[in-house]
Design a protein around this ligand. Structure first.
Ligand SMILES: [Zn+2]
Ligand SMILES: [Zn+2]
Length: 421
């Protein structure tokens, strides 16, 4: 038994924010109360720390199978634990693509051996994510996928997206949508605007995302499917999600820490600022902050996208898209959202726990009988992030050397402490 004593328990499901102890018995939470006495239990003194339900990351790339030079399930999941995440959802764009049950099972078997956190794979929507024919969605669901997405290679035709949604609705799976109108994005490496002109880099307009989001939200209405916008970056797409919710559609969205922290004005000739979707305008950035505060954004997701230096330390135009994100996500959220007073502590925790949980129809609560997954973090701990010390295999982050106030201090999965700072 493990007794978490003297912590500040923040549980969005019950709107709790109180000084409570939490007793874990094996893989489950046994008791939550003030002043628990449990003779014989191992005691973790959480004085000064927030005790939250285990963080879920809806969106990451672990690169295994196929690109183990950039990341493996082992290194990526360890970086996730360092970031306070107790469950992560790897996207299917591995090599081979996770578009059939054999790949899903291989990922889950590997994770069971080496991952300190839960790995909940996302299956491809189309075969090889090529946008031609449906992937083996039903068989992958039996094998353990939690959602469906062609992340990185957006579903190009409305016809196929409609089929994917029809199928996923019948199976009760959420469709996670990398919203991108491919013809507008072709050849672009950043957001189109004054900055892209000044840098002489090809940009894609904000409408690249919102045109695709508008199409697919309408298809969600047509099919009744649950649809989740991945890494939402523009004011227009956020307004479309808001309108969809008001109509009663099962539409949700996530925002990444880099998109709510940086803008296209931060982009320099450094490929650590190259990601897809690209950093948006100041106006978009401010809209994201408002959405994170008012409840229209459901989750913070990292889109952790590790790339080996050989794929990133090249010309801007030919570098891979994406940055790492597990280990800086909470600290950036505290910096941008909590320390600025934009969101309450309960809302911040919701964005990492019950919010993404709802998207997957999984509960996250600190209550007896629930899984013993907890994230303990400090609001004040001062530290500097060093990419070279990262648990990830890759170093492609624009936040190397950034100093933070607040950090994950311990990650507990199924009653076991898998990370402690
Ligand atoms: Zn994507
Ligand atoms: Zn992604």
């Amino acid at each position: 038994m493990l007794l978490i004593k003297n912590g500040r328990v923040v549980d969005p499901a019950s709107q709790t924010d109180a000084a409570l102890d939490v007793l874990l018995d094996g893989e489950r939470i046994a008791h939550v109360a003030a002043g628990i006495d449990a003779p014989g239990a191992e005691v973790f003194d959480a004085a000064g720390l927030v005790v939250a339900p285990g963080f879920i990351d809806l969106h990451c790339h672990l690169r295994e199978p196929g690109e183990e030079l950039s990341e493996t399930i082992e290194t990526g999941s360890r970086a996730a634990a360092h970031g306070g995440f107790t469950a992560v959802c790897p996207m299917p764009n591995t090599k081979p693509v996770n578009d059939n049950a054999a790949v899903t099972r291989a990922i889950l078997e590997r994770a069971a051996k080496v991952s300190p956190v839960r790995v909940w794979p996302i299956g491809a929507a189309s075969r090889a994510s090529e946008g031609e024919a449906l992937a083996e969605i039903g068989a992958m669901q039996q094998a353990g996928i939690v959602a469906v997405s062609d992340d990185g290679r957006p579903v190009a035709t409305a016809k196929l997206m409609r089929q994917v949604m029809d199928y996923c609705r019948a199976l009760g799976l959420v469709v996670i949508d990398h919203c991108e109108e491919s013809s507008l994005a072709a050849g672009a490496v950043m957001r189109e605007g004054p900055r892209s002109v000044r840098l002489g880099l090809r940009g894609m307009p904000a409408e690249t995302e919102s045109i695709a989001a508008a199409r697919d939200i309408q298809l969600a209405a047509l099919t009744g499917a649950r649809m989740h916008v991945a890494h939402l970056t523009t004011r227009q797409s956020l307004e479309l999600v808001r309108a969809g919710k008001q109509q009663g559609l099962a539409v949700s969205c996530e925002v990444t820490p880099h998109h709510f922290t940086l803008t296209d004005e931060d982009v320099v000739y450094d490929t650590r600022f190259k990601m897809n979707p690209p950093l948006g305008s100041r106006e978009d950035h401010d809209a994201l902050l408002a959405g994170l505060a008012d409840g229209s954004v459901d989750a913070i997701a990292t889109d952790h996208a590790p790339h080996h230096a050989s794929l990133k330390d090249v010309e801007f135009d030919s570098a891979r898209f994406g940055i790492t994100g597990f280990e800086t996500a909470l600290a950036l959220a505290l910096e941008q959202l909590f320390h600025t007073g934009r969101v309450s502590l309960v809302r911040l925790v919701e964005l990492f726990t019950t919010g993404p949980g709802r998207v997957l129809e999984k509960t996250r609560r600190i209550a007896p009988g629930e899984p013993a997954d907890l994230t303990l973090f400090s609001l004040d701990y001062e530290w500097t992030f060093r990419a070279e010390e990262s648990a990830s295999k890759s170093r492609n982050t624009p936040f190397d050397g950034r100093s933070f106030r607040g950090a994950p201090m311990a990650t507990i999965v199924s009653g076991r402490i898998v990370f402690r700072r």
